[in-house]
Design a binder for this molecule. Structure first.
Ligand code: ATP
Ligand code: MG
Length: 329
């Protein structure tokens, strides 16, 4: 049995990219593995330090995790800040993380570009906290989307470095995991880049059908192919990428053929895409509404999940302290 871990930043509601890139995969694997799912509220502080929004966001994401099919009877669901051991492991790992390698991280460079006014140390050391999240339970499989590939590579590097420095075989290699052959990246419908909470371009699991139709119909397209088999521009390719994730192969083939023969009508493509997204999202949305208001259930889930997570975490931190020479008198 392998240990699996994954987390979602509590910076807003879950979108289709979170679901198709990561969540759907955890749901499928939760019964065969030792699974931990956590809501990354410490991580949200790097970009969204808003005390009025933090708790409501955690509440929303928790309801969405459960509605998407994570089963608290088999998996351990917890809130990151309920397990303070992660903060200690983060501190200890920081001693072996180099500023140069952190500065070279693609996500850090991107955040600097987008928010030059808030380049805080938490943002720089984000990959170290993420490594601590994963190594805290010595997870071997991490279901993530393609955007997290580099962070996971850094987790392995920190783990190997720790093992080398202290001459131990303690931390395992944490590998990205996806049920398909490749990690997926769900793009936004705004022409370029990924769908993301920070990007503000999400189709959310809590969206009503009408909102989904409206967002999809507004997707950026081009003026259409003029020659047979011409390559797609990025905005159109993005629509096809999402179509492939939610529609049947027949539907995808049909629209590819329409495109290749220059007969495609983007309006029809979008209509189809909207309906297929709704088929995925609507049942989850309805469950979110029920679960969100059941506070007794939600508090039981996080209380029990927090206990289980702290148990696993304290074991690791005690062993890491011992390895590093922090010992009682
Ligand atoms: P933020 O903008 O706050 O970073 P996010 O939308 O990128 O939010 P995260 O909480 O960072 O979401 O990521 C949660 C999980 O969802 C990760 O496993 C990540 O790989 C996955 N994920 C996020 N966006 C996408 C996407 N567009 N396609 C596929 N997977 C994604
Ligand atoms: Mg992200």
């Amino acid at each position: 049995m392998e240990t699996v871990l994954s987390g979602i930043r509590s910076t807003g509601n879950l979108h289709l990219g979170n679901y198709l890139g990561a969540l759907k995969n955890y749901v499928k694997m939760q019964h065969e593995n030792r699974c931990f799912f956590f809501i990354a509220d410490y991580h949200s502080l790097t970009t969204h330090p808003d005390p009025t929004q933090l708790h409501p966001n955690v509440h929303g994401v928790l309801a969405e995790y459960l509605a998407a099919g994570i089963d608290p009877e088999t998996a351990t669901i917890y809130i990151q800040s309920d397990v303070p051991q992660v903060a200690e492991l983060y501190l200890l790992l920081n001693m072996h993380a180099f500023v140069g390698e952190l500065e070279r991280t693609a996500s850090f460079k991107e955040k600097i570009r987008k928010h030059p006014d808030n380049v805080n140390a938490g943002l720089l050391t984000y990959p170290v906290l993420m490594a601590a999240d994963i190594l805290l339970h010595r997870a071997t499989k991490v279901p993530v989307g393609k955007d997290q590939e580099q962070h996971l590579e850094m987790t392995r590097r920190f783990a190997r470095r720790f093992n080398n420095i202290y001459g131990v075989e303690y931390f395992p290699e944490s590998m990205p995991y996806n049920f398909g052959a490749e990690l997926v990246k769900i793009p936004g419908l705004d022409g370029s880049g990924k769908m993301g909470k920070s990007e503000g371009n999400g189709i959310y699991l809590a969206d009503e059908d009408a909102a989904i139709r409206k967002k999809v119909m507004k997707a950026v397209t081009d003026s259409g192919p003029t020659e047979p088999d011409s390559p797609m521009t990025e905005c159109v390719r993005n629509i096809f990428t999402i179509l492939e994730a939610v529609s049947t192969p027949d539907t995808v083939d049909y629209f590819r053929e329409q495109y290749a023969t220059c007969r495609i009508r983007y309006g029809d493509l979008k209509k189809q895409l909207a309906e297929d997204i709704i088929r995925v999202v609507a049942p989850i949305r309805e469950r979110i509404k029920d679960i969100y208001n059941d506070s007794a259930y939600l508090s039981k889930v996080v209380r029990e999940g927090g206990e289980k997570a702290r148990e696993s975490a304290s074991e690791t931190v005690a062993e890491v302290r011992e390895i590093m020479g922090i010992r009682p008198f």
